[in-house]
Design a protein around this ligand. Structure first.
Ligand SMILES: [Zn+2]
Length: 198
């Protein structure tokens, strides 16, 4: 157990690293320096050496843009950078389609997804790198089509996500959100939404 060792330093500040007594009371493993609460006031050491950027990326595969719930932000190409630092994880996200302002929701989902790591997370959107629809992974494009969305494509290249027909007509340039257009398939007669290429 952690208690009693000398050089482990203060507790890691997360519940996972606290000692639960037999009475079920959760308390910091070592209330050194009189700081007994898990408040993030003093510099703390986190077990970041055990966490890789790939671990973080895997957890982020559970986070979706609420506009496109079937495709993770990883497969959408929104995760530009992951840095595991000694006291926090820094994540850089790219906003996708202008006009789909779900950024706060996405950041909250990122925090939720990474909460099990027990480390503070900073997630920021950046315009440093432009997001383009080319960043969507092949898997992401498959998932889009499987959920009835035509992946972003140039004019004249939109295919029906249901029957792959190219005989499609745009119903409206503006779908439910500014990032999607409404189409109609002349072959299978299904309406569908297509993401606008960026
Ligand atoms: Zn069709």
């Amino acid at each position: 157990m952690v208690v009693g060792r000398v050089h482990l330093g203060p507790s890691f500040g997360t519940r996972r690293n606290m000692v639960t007594t037999k009475a079920g009371v959760t308390e910091p493993a070592r209330p050194a320096g009189g700081v007994a609460s898990p408040a993030r006031r003093s510099p703390r050491r986190y077990p970041t050496r055990r966490i890789s950027a790939d671990d973080v990326r895997d957890l982020l595969r559970g986070v979706a843009d609420p506009e496109i719930p079937t495709v993770s932000i990883v497969d959408l190409g929104m995760v530009e950078a992951i840095e595991v630092r000694h006291d926090h994880i820094a994540i850089e996200l790219l906003p996708t389609f202008v006009g789909c302002p779900a950024q706060q929701l996405i950041r909250d989902s990122v925090f939720d997804a990474l909460a099990p790591l027990g480390i503070p997370v900073r997630a920021e959107f950046t315009f440093r790198v432009p997001w383009t629809s080319d960043r969507i992974s092949p898997f992401g494009r498959e998932r889009l089509a499987a959920s009835g969305f035509a992946p972003p494509a140039g004019p004249g290249e939109v295919r029906c996500p249901y029957c792959r027909s190219a005989r499609v007509a745009m119903d409206s340039a503006f779908g439910p959100t500014q990032c999607r257009s409404l189409f109609y398939c002349r072959d299978c007669r299904q309406p569908f939404e297509a993401f606008k290429p960026v």
